[in-house]
Design a protein around this ligand. Sequence first.
Ligand code: SF4
Length: 63
Amino acid sequence: MKKPTVDLSKCKLCMACVAVAPEVFKEVDESYIDVIERSEYPAEKVEEAINCCPSGCISWEDY
Ligand code: SF4
């Protein structure tokens, strides 16, 4: 299974990923982006978020 992950050291909190895929990414305490726990992740939405992220900090990880 694949799960998206965010490199928080590169994240600019631009909120693009939350706008594109609110079922996957959420902002916590206006300070960082968290990946919502799901049994499956919508690949197209995650790919769109990866393409929208200005910092290139979203990627897939295997788990
Ligand atoms: S799109 Fe990228 S830089 Fe913007 S909030 Fe999401 S992870 Fe951070």
